[in-house]
Design a binder for this molecule. Structure first.
Ligand SMILES: N[C@@H](CCC(=O)N[C@@H](CS)C(=O)NCC(=O)O)C(=O)O
Length: 223
């Protein structure tokens, strides 16, 4: 098992646990939960009954007007959007470890992967999985094309750096990308042709305090 990066705390004292509003099969939520676990923050998962529209209830809309999970409530602060949440957590509980990168160019590289996570990752592998796991209607041809290009870029990046996406150590860029890439086979996307990506997935899964996302059935490969 790999240790947490140097300077990252493995336990953080808090007065009260963070409340995490989530769906257990959401990679956006897993991203948040994984990061809270890596940081050793105490939190409680609150499962939203999304099948019956709990995420569109008046109460939940006051927490996130977009009616989406994840949302966290940390004392007086309510934060929504998975990338916004991990940035908040890193700044609040991440000690002096450079989760967002240490230099201007590193910060730019980390931010780029956060953008990829809400762009290509969401429109590609996450959308393909959404179709199979939740029965969503998506543009499959577009999602497959985006996914193929994304995996090639990631494979080339990780082949060059041989470790992590943005810098030579773990950053929020990796946390933001991990869940939907690791679970891409649930959307019919095989990671077999991508050895550097598979090694990166294993590297993250070897971190102390790593927690997995609930698995869904692996379906026939379409990419
Ligand atoms: N940009 C948001 C996207 C979150 C998102 O798409 N959440 C999905 C679950 S994975 C959701 O709540 N969907 C319900 C809806 O959009 O009505 C984030 O990163 O948190």
């Amino acid at each position: 098992m790999t240790s947490l990066p140097k300077n990252a705390p493995n336990s953080t004292m808090k007065d009260a646990p963070i409340i995490h509003y989530r769906n257990p099969k959401s990679g956006h939520c897993h991203k948040v939960e994984l990061f809270m676990s890596l940081l050793g923050i105490s939190y409680i998962n609150h499962e939203l009954d999304m099948v019956n529209g709990a995420h569109k209830s008046t109460d939940f809309i006051t927490k996130n007007p977009f009616g989406q999970v994840p949302v966290i409530v940390d004392g007086e602060h309510t934060v929504s959007d998975s990338n916004a949440i991990i940035v908040y957590l890193a700044d609040t509980y991440g000690s002096i470890y450079p989760w967002m990168g240490a230099t201007p160019i590193e910060k730019a590289r980390v931010q780029r992967w956060l953008s990829v996570a809400s762009g290509e990752l969401a429109k590609g592998p996450a959308a393909l999985r959404l179709e199979y796991v939740f029965g969503a209607n998506i543009d499959v041809a577009s999602a497959l094309a985006i996914t193929e290009n994304l995996l090639k870029v990631m494979e080339d990046t990780l082949t060059d750096t041989k470790s992590y996406l943005a810098t030579d150590s773990l950053t929020l860029g990796d946390i933001a990308m991990y869940s939907y890439i690791a679970h891409a086979p649930e959307g019919g996307v095989s990671l077999q042709p991508y050895p550097a990506i598979r090694a990166w997935v294993n590297r993250i899964e070897s971190l102390a305090n790593f927690i997995p996302m609930a698995s869904s059935p692996i379906v026939e490969c379409r990419l």
